[in-house]
Design a protein around this ligand. Sequence first.
Ligand code: SF4
Ligand code: SF4
Length: 78
Amino acid sequence: MATAPVRVTDRCAGCGACLLTCPTHAIRPLGGTLLVRADLCTGCAECVEVCPVDAIDLTDEPPAGGPRMTSRPYQEMP
Ligand code: SF4
Ligand code: SF4
């Protein structure tokens, strides 16, 4: 199974901001944690930007929907 280009780490404080911000609704609650659906995540990084505790990390997985769009430095961008 493909890995999403972002992942929610255990730093998550459960505020829900990323759920509300994600334009493709790729972040879903799952058993007390958050799952990022690789088939929906475009790698836009809006969730990374909005998280108040910096709990969402970019991974080195390419986004499903094309080039990653982010204002953050990212060494492994295609
Ligand atoms: S915005 Fe950050 S702290 Fe809030 S639910 Fe999402 S990952 Fe957790
Ligand atoms: S990177 Fe964009 S599409 Fe992927 S989970 Fe975050 S806000 Fe949603």
